[in-house]
Design a binder for this molecule. Structure first.
Ligand SMILES: *[C@@H]1O[C@H](CO)[C@@H](O)[C@H](O)[C@H]1NC(C)=O
Ligand SMILES: *[C@@H]1O[C@H](CO)[C@@H](O)[C@H](O)[C@H]1NC(C)=O
Ligand SMILES: *[C@@H]1O[C@H](CO)[C@@H](O)[C@H](O)[C@H]1NC(C)=O
Ligand SMILES: *[C@@H]1O[C@H](CO)[C@@H](O)[C@H](O)[C@H]1NC(C)=O
Ligand SMILES: *[C@@H]1O[C@H](CO)[C@@H](O)[C@H](O)[C@H]1NC(C)=O
Length: 622
């Protein structure tokens, strides 16, 4: 992972450029280690109490809600990434754990609207809601679990699409394109028609058309839902929206096609796939193809789709789920247990296409929001891997804020306006708190401070390794925290300022091909840890683990020109290409290793491998 940031050069001839935060070019990932044990942290309690107060103020009318409060029920769950126990196959809890089971969020809030007369009277985390397009996340998960080769053409699985007459180049459309919303195919087939408003359209000046002009199936009010044969036949008659792999085009029918493909290979229909790959392994009890269970359902008094049969459209938007089930799912992403490897989770969260906005990317089927203003005290981009969903009368939102190991599940029934207002309030009130907790815990955990080994006989020399004892080298490494990140303030080796030496060396190495000057050495954790091992420290045998960090220099461009545009391309942030660039005797000069107590996670030492420092220890305060 590359970790170098560029400070925009703010020359007087570029007066209109905004001052960029120092973390402007940092690749995604935590700034300091993810916060731990948030449910017991006073700041988290404070923030969730404030959120609860705000929600209660709008519910009683002290603050303006912006939605029909009397008609709207909702459930909110916040999640962390600490290890939890899965409910186990078919919801049978086999083990209990101090941290509880994965169906229980670290914080939850439920509100049942008084006018919610149908459905459940007891709104809990196990109550069922329609989740609309959040279903796409589950369907993509089924696809990824199925083991199908995502880079095969969809035609391999659905030969019906291989028609020479087709306007859509189905041969070029892969399963991956469909999963990532870049197939360039329409959102819907049939569903996009408003046949039941035909007269209204005509009254507003649209030409009269005959019923034969409509597709032969899937038109509400005209004909019935499409059979698989009708649907696939329709697919070779519809217009493409974009070329495959060119740009994101939101598509519900992509998910119908994907589940046909997986179903064809496995001999299972969608509800069986859902059971096989999701509900049984994760122990989900409320995630089913609509219709759900009326007695457990949150059914709003407004027009709604509860009880609908989505037919073969279900993979794109026809699932019912609950806060408890989505908690398990989100938690599995946060603690990486949802796949067999961390790599698979990282890969799943990666965007594959961009949108018109710098801050909005598209994945499988993640709607990735690169939020800029969430942590005003420590400005940096926070990536939110999210998916929203809608059904008549229902809005759902799930979000993974991976930097903090945090997740959000929000389910609403009633007004369509409530979801985004509540979601924004959660982001606004919770994310800055998680950021603050992480920074406080970095200090409490011992990441900042002075790490030393002194001359033999000095008070801090207790851990001198024998090979250095003969060399009599002293070290003083000082790590501080500024507004943005941890900073490597000083490395003194036997009295020489190594950071100053590095800057000299830069000018005859990297500086030889890049017109940039390193200013400040920022440090970021990377998710690389050694195995537990034991070592002697202060005469005790300690169980330790090594945690890798990398230095990312704030860089300033050199030189000056009177040509227009100077500094423009610095915004391209190419400094990430310098990570791990320079070595000294097989060790990279940007690698810093924190040595943690394997039990408590406290920092008990620091190593600078390229300087052969051995384990330096926190300077004792006298
Ligand atoms: C899926 O298959 C199961 C078991 O064969 C069957 O009970 C169910 O009705 C099928 N579902 C659909 C939507 O066809
Ligand atoms: C409750 O459900 C019944 C039957 O579907 C329906 O007729 C009625 O309008 C619903 N009541 C409310 C308040 O939604
Ligand atoms: C709440 O729902 C009822 C029934 O659909 C409707 O008559 C009423 O206008 C709604 N209230 C608001 C504030 O939208
Ligand atoms: C470190 O400094 C001490 C004291 O100046 C000196 O005696 C020693 O030789 C130095 N060690 C190395 C390896 O340079
Ligand atoms: C280490 O260096 C820092 C910063 O230069 C200094 O404040 C501190 O006194 C030094 N500590 C020791 C133990 O030498």
């Amino acid at each position: 992972m590359g970790l170098i940031s560029v400070v925009r050069f703010l020359a007087p001839y570029l007066p209109l450029l905004p001052v960029e935060a120092s973390l402007g070019c940092r690749p995604p990932g935590p700034v300091v280690p993810r916060p731990r044990d948030i449910s017991r942290h006073a700041l988290f309690t404070q923030a969730t109490n404030k959120l609860r107060d705000a929600l209660e103020s709008v519910l009683v009318g002290d603050l303006e809600a912006g939605w029909a409060v009397e008609n709207t029920s909702f459930s909110i769950g916040l999640h962390d990434s600490e290890t939890r126990i899965l409910p186990g196959p078919l919801g049978a809890f086999s083990v209990s754990s101090a941290l509880g089971d994965a169906t229980v969020p670290v914080w939850e809030y439920h509100h049942l609207a008084p006018t919610n007369t149908n459905g459940t009277k007891d709104l809990t985390r196990h109550s069922q809601y329609l989740v609309g397009s959040v279903s796409k996340v589950i369907s993509d998960y089924i696809l990824l679990r199925s083991g199908l080769d995502l880079d095969e053409s969809v035609v391999v699985f659905l030969p019906e699409l291989a028609s020479a007459e087709s306007l859509i180049a189905w041969n070029d459309v892969t399963l991956r394109h469909l999963a990532n919303q870049v197939a360039g195919i329409p959102p819907n087939y049939g569903f996009s028609e408003y046949y039941y408003l035909k007269d209204y359209f005509e009254s507003l000046g649209f030409p009269h058309i005959d019923d034969e002009a409509y597709a032969p199936c899937g038109i509400t009010g005209l004909n019935s839902g499409c059979t698989r044969e009708q649907f696939l036949k329709g697919m070779v008659e519809i217009h493409p929206v974009a070329r495959p792999a060119e740009r994101p085009v939101y598509s519900n029918i992509a998910f119908t096609l994907l589940m046909y493909a997986v179903g064809g290979q496995t001999g299972r229909n969608y509800s069986e796939l859902l059971k096989t790959y999701v509900s049984i392994p994760l122990g989900l009890t409320n995630t089913v193809v609509s219709p759900g269970d009326d007695s457990k359902a949150v059914i709003p008094p407004v027009d709604n789709s509860w009880g609908s049969n989505y037919g073969d459209n279900a993979p794109g938007g026809g699932l019912v789920s609950s806060l408890s089930d989505l908690s398990v799912f989100i938690h599995g992403i946060l603690d990486r247990s949802i796949f067999d490897s961390d790599t698979a989770v990282h890969e799943w969260l990666k965007p594959t296409s961009s949108t018109g906005s710098l801050y909005s990317l598209v994945g499988a089927p993640w709607e990735i929001f690169r939020a800029q203003n969430l942590t005003p005290d420590h400005p940096h981009v926070v990536d939110i891997y999210a998916k929203g969903g809608s059904a008549y009368g229902y809005q759902a939102q799930i979000a993974v804020v991976d930097e903090y190991g945090a997740g959000i599940v929000l389910l609403t029934a009633g007004s369509t306006l409530a979801s985004s207002f509540i979601y924004d309030a959660i982001l606004n009130m919770i994310v800055p708190t998680l950021d603050e907790i992480a920074r406080i815990q970095a200090i409490e955990g011992g990441y900042a401070g002075t790490f030393v080994v002194g001359p033999v006989g000095s008070s801090t020399a207790s851990s001198l390794a024998t090979n250095r004892e003969s060399e009599r080298v002293t070290f003083n490494v000082t790590v501080t925290q500024d507004k943005d990140s941890l900073v490597l303030q000083c490395i003194e080796r036997n009295g020489t300022d190594i950071l100053a030496s590095f800057q000299e060396i830069w000018s005859v190495t990297i500086g030889g091909f890049l017109a940039l000057t390193p200013l400040k050495a920022r440090m970021f954790p990377i998710d690389i840890r050694g195995k537990d091992s034991t070592t002697m420290l202060d005469g005790d045998e300690r169980n330790i683990l090594r945690q890798d960090w990398r230095i990312e220099w704030d860089l300033a461009p050199n030189g000056h020109t009177d040509l227009p545009g100077a500094g423009l391309s610095a915004g391209n942030c190419l400094a990430w290409t310098l990570t791990d660039w320079m070595y000294y005797g097989s060790d990279p000069i940007d690698r810093i290793v924190f040595v943690l107590d394997a039990g408590s996670g406290e920092v008990i030492g620091l190593e600078i491998p390229y300087l052969r420092s051995g384990i330096l220890q926190p300077a004792k305060v006298f």
